[in-house]
Structures are given as structure tokens and as C-alpha cells.
Design a protein around this ligand. Structure first.
Ligand code: SF4
Length: 60
């Protein structure tokens, strides 16, 4: 499982950056980017996004 950003939806509001407790999200070239080595998958960034651009991706 990981968190992914839909870059077609992301408007770089920065709300996810502010709320992430592990500082896993940065804005890179105008889009949110999640560093999965820092992410603990708590998912609080999902409802924080005004564009609903972040969601879980089950790779299994
Ligand atoms: S799931 Fe939690 S730790 Fe991971 S990017 Fe979102 S807010 Fe940060």
C-alpha cells in the first residue's frame, strides 16, 4: 500500500504539506510529492486535500 498524488488534480494548495505529521510531502514543480520513506500511511492528508487528489493505491 502507498499514497499517490493524482497530478492532474493537484493544485499545489499545500494543505497536505501542512498537515503531514512526518513531513513526507513537498511541492515539486507545482505538484505534491510524497516521500514514501517518510510516510507512515496514516492518511490524514487524504481529507485535507481540497482537490481530493491523494488516495491509497493497493499494489498487491
Ligand atoms: S499518509 Fe500521513 S504520513 Fe503519509 S503523506 Fe499523508 S499525512 Fe503524511
Amino acid at each position: 500500500m502507498k499514497l499517490v498524488v493524482d497530478k492532474t488534480k493537484c493544485c499545489a494548495s499545500g494543505e497536505c504539506v501542512k498537515i503531514c505529521p512526518t513531513k513526507a510531502i513537498t511541492i515539486v514543480e507545482g505538484k505534491a510529492q510524497i516521500d514514501m520513506s517518510k510516510c507512515d500511511l496514516d492518511g490524514i492528508c487524504i481529507p485535507a486535500c481540497p482537490q481530493r487528489a491523494i488516495d491509497y493505491l493497493d499494489e498487491s
